[in-house]
Design a protein around this ligand. Sequence first.
Ligand SMILES: Cc1cc2nc3c(=O)[nH]c(=O)nc-3n(C[C@H](O)[C@H](O)[C@H](O)COP(=O)(O)OP(=O)(O)OC[C@H]3O[C@@H](n4cnc5c(N)ncnc54)[C@H](O)[C@@H]3O)c2cc1C
Length: 400
Amino acid sequence: MQLHLTPADEAFRQEVRDFLRDHLPPAMARRSRIGMHPPHQDDRTAWNRILNARGWAAPAWPREHGGTGWTPLQQHLFETECRLAHAPELRWQGLKLIGPVLCAFGTDAQRARHLPPILNGDIGWAQGFSEPGAGSDLASLKTTAVLNGDHWVVTGQKLWTTEAQYSDWGFFLVRTAQTEKPHQGLSMLMLDLRSAGVTVRTIPMINGDQSTAEVFLDGVRVPRENLIGEPGSGWAQARFLLGNERTSSADVHKAMADLARIRAIASIEQRGGRPLIEDPAFVRRLAALEIEVQALEWSVLRVLTQAPSEHPVGACASVLKIRGSELQQGLSELAAEALGPRSLRVYDRAAGFADPDGDPLWHDQTPGVRVDQLYLRAVTIFGGAREVQKNIIAKLAFGL
Ligand SMILES: Cc1cc2nc3c(=O)[nH]c(=O)nc-3n(C[C@H](O)[C@H](O)[C@H](O)COP(=O)(O)OP(=O)(O)OC[C@H]3O[C@@H](n4cnc5c(N)ncnc54)[C@H](O)[C@@H]3O)c2cc1C
């Protein structure tokens, strides 16, 4: 595969850089750079609206539904530049998960109602697939939806519903029929989280934050028209969605920004009277990770551009998910090591940004490093656990 930026691609990248320079508020970029989980909701909304005003909120969507019509390479350049400039990460559940599902499987009425507020960041969405006892084995989920007149009545419990506590709506995988093959009785339902019978309970995380939640559904009445596609078609939609989720959880753009962060820390941090970046042992580790990130970038581009491969795209997406998530963990560990004991000083939302000790890296780097590292313990689990991805590769790529 040859990767050459044409003059048109170079001009495109410059256009994105100019836009970011002119429209991304520095204070917002700083909050994003120091890596909170979950990111500041107000920043996400504000940045989403800035992008939407330019028509850039959902580059990958079909053009007729609000996408940009950019090539896969242009989308990649855009995401890379946004990450390197520390633009806030947008709410992916709407823009990258349910939005594309509605574009592909929704009715005109569902698209007309839900796509514009997703594009503008007006409505936050949460993904309600996993349950206690149904994570990797998703088809065994037990939450039911029973049709009663014009409503589905939903009963059950969801677990790890990320950001449900900040969301207005959820897309839930539910059982609408008991079938011999469990996945054939599943459907995807859009549910207003303010409905009677919905209880959201946040889950404290290892990094001290609360980014995910349990959702209890107790006889929740959902209008019949909120089901996507035909009853029983939820598995096809879920597979479509999970394929997208897996490719984006490789998050090569974050890895590229993390490399820049480590370099910035190591240029200031001192070891034995010299900047850490001059330490040969440290630089060897950084270079090894950099090579891996570059290899991942090329692999992502191969998938995005549908370069010929002897393996099916599903297997490639699983490879990207494994490599991308392991790399994110490696990078966050190196960043924490580079900071040494000071990485233990985590940002306290309530206390704000004050720096009592004059740490030269506090303003731009320190607060989010350990928070990020601890959060990323989960990246080899969510979006499909590593061992399960290996099973998929074994089956799809090698017929085992
Ligand atoms: C921080 C975080 C955020 C999340 N966000 C969401 C969300 O927004 N929405 C949502 O629906 N879900 C979410 N999840 C859930 C996530 O998708 C599941 O945790 C994941 O699919 C694994 O399921 P499980 O936790 O039930 O573990 P299990 O499926 O019980 O797996 C436990 C262990 O067994 C291994 N294992 C399981 N089956 C096999 C097998 N067949 N062969 C080999 N090994 C196997 C797994 O790899 C894992 O190591 C989130 C999880 C986390 C931690």
